[in-house]
Design a protein around this ligand. Structure first.
Ligand code: GAF
Length: 389
């Protein structure tokens, strides 16, 4: 993997010019995301509260006659080409190209006449860090193809289509959070999403005004069996909902939790259910505090979410727990793993003037345990997918 430098939109344009010998018709960008709180609640029809990152994936593209799609990726340095046959059924294009072919497939399957296109993709969203690089790629390509083809698909319906590309074409059983975040988020806000009906509320999240910062800490932990473990957690939640006779775990409230747990005979399943039910409530409590302008007070909810992921949902790893503990010991108001788990990133809510000290403390704790040094970056809520020009 190369370490690209320079503006990401310019890199996409330069790649397009070099590969295709002409100027692109336009450039479309989609961000990565972090989830402030609400983990593994999306596929349980529950609540999530992500915000978009200032790190983006950009697709420079033009329209072509015929049903052929050619895509260059900065990250792999490869150019791939596929035609109608490869997007007739899921699974024919593999690797990173599957996310692009999946979007073409999902659009066609939904009855949209997708134009042929040439694309050049560049990205600042790190791969495999749990910051939704896949959703960013899907959303940038989707935005480009919709515009190039003059296709109508309202923003609120785009996440489902991109999710279908990932679930069915790529074959990853993820929920609706990531695609919703990268498409629907707004600058300065977190996206309060009800994953059952996809209604949203944009919640002001003004860190500067509160004298706070969110530090994203890349644990650099290698993903350990993340795909299989994710699918196993999802299956266990669905089985528990069925055993409890509810459509989804979202339908169990915290008031009903003890009674629900008493009806389950397996201790591991009880822990999974307790995480999801309490996590939904923590999202609602976080939203209530943010609506009241009490940003500083959400810290304990973030930390409680982490403890629940660590002890009940069992999706954290030593590097992640070390980062959370070191951040809290250095004065973070709250800290938690963000994303699917088994590696990825931690977010810490810190006083703005303590951001460097917290980052240094995490780096020192890593060095002490012999872990690969973490990445740390302060972030502010950025806009969702958009056409650049
Ligand atoms: C991954 C998935 F893609 C999301 O749908 C969500 O389930 C998340 O893990 C956990 O909250 O990012």
């Amino acid at each position: 993997m190369t370490n690209p430098t320079g503006d990401v939109a310019e890199r996409a344009t330069a790649g397009f010019q070099r590969e295709y010998g002409t100027e692109p018709a336009g450039r479309w960008a989609a961000p990565g995301r972090v989830n402030l709180i609400g983990e593994h609640t999306d596929y349980n029809d529950g609540f999530v509260l992500p915000f978009a990152l200032p790190l983006r994936t950009v697709a420079a593209a033009d329209r072509q006659d015929g049903e052929r799609w050619t895509v260059w990726s900065e990250l792999s340095g490869e150019t791939i080409t596929f035609g109608a046959d490869e997007v007739a059924e899921p699974g024919q294009v593999t690797g990173w190209g599957a996310y692009v072919a999946g979007v073409v497939w999902a659009l066609r399957e939904a009855g949209h006449p997708v134009p042929g296109a040439r694309l050049a993709i560049a990205s600042d969203v790190p791969l495999g860090s749990g910051l939704s690089s896949s959703a960013a790629l899907e959303a940038a390509v989707l935005a480009a193809l919709l515009d190039l083809g003059g296709l109508e698909l309202p923003a609120e319906r785009q996440p489902r289509l991109a999710q279908r590309a990932e679930n069915v074409y790529v074959g990853a059983p993820t929920g609706i959070m990531d695609q919703s975040a990268v498409i629907r988020c707004r600058a300065g806000h977190a996206l309060f999403l009800d994953c059952r009906d996809e209604s949203v509320e944009h919640i002001p999240f003004d860190l500067d005004a509160a004298g706070l910062a969110v530090l994203v800490i890349d644990s650099r932990a290698p993903h350990r069996h993340a795909d299989g473990e994710y699918a196993a957690r999802r299956k266990s939640c669905e089985a528990a909902a069925e055993a409890l006779g509810v459509p989804a775990l979202r339908d169990v409230s915290v008031d009903q939790l003890d009674a629900a747990l008493a009806r389950l005979d397996d201790e591991e399943t009880r822990r999974r259910v307790r995480h999801v039910v309490t996590e939904d409530q923590r999202v609602l409590d976080t939203v209530a505090l943010l609506r009241a302008g009490r940003v500083r007070d959400i810290g304990p909810l973030l930390t409680a979410s982490h403890v629940s992921m660590r002890d009940d949902f069992e999706i954290t790893v030593p590097e992640i727990d070390t980062a959370v503990e070191a951040a809290l010991a250095a004065g973070a108001l709250g800290a938690r793993m963000t994303g699917g788990g088994f590696g990825g990133c931690v977010l810490a809510l810190v006083h703005a003037d303590r951001a460097d000290a917290v980052a240094d403390a995490v780096t020192a704790a890593y060095a002490e345990r012999g872990f690969t040094a973490p990445g740390t970056v302060p972030v502010l809520p950025a806009p969702g997918a958009t056409r650049l020009d």
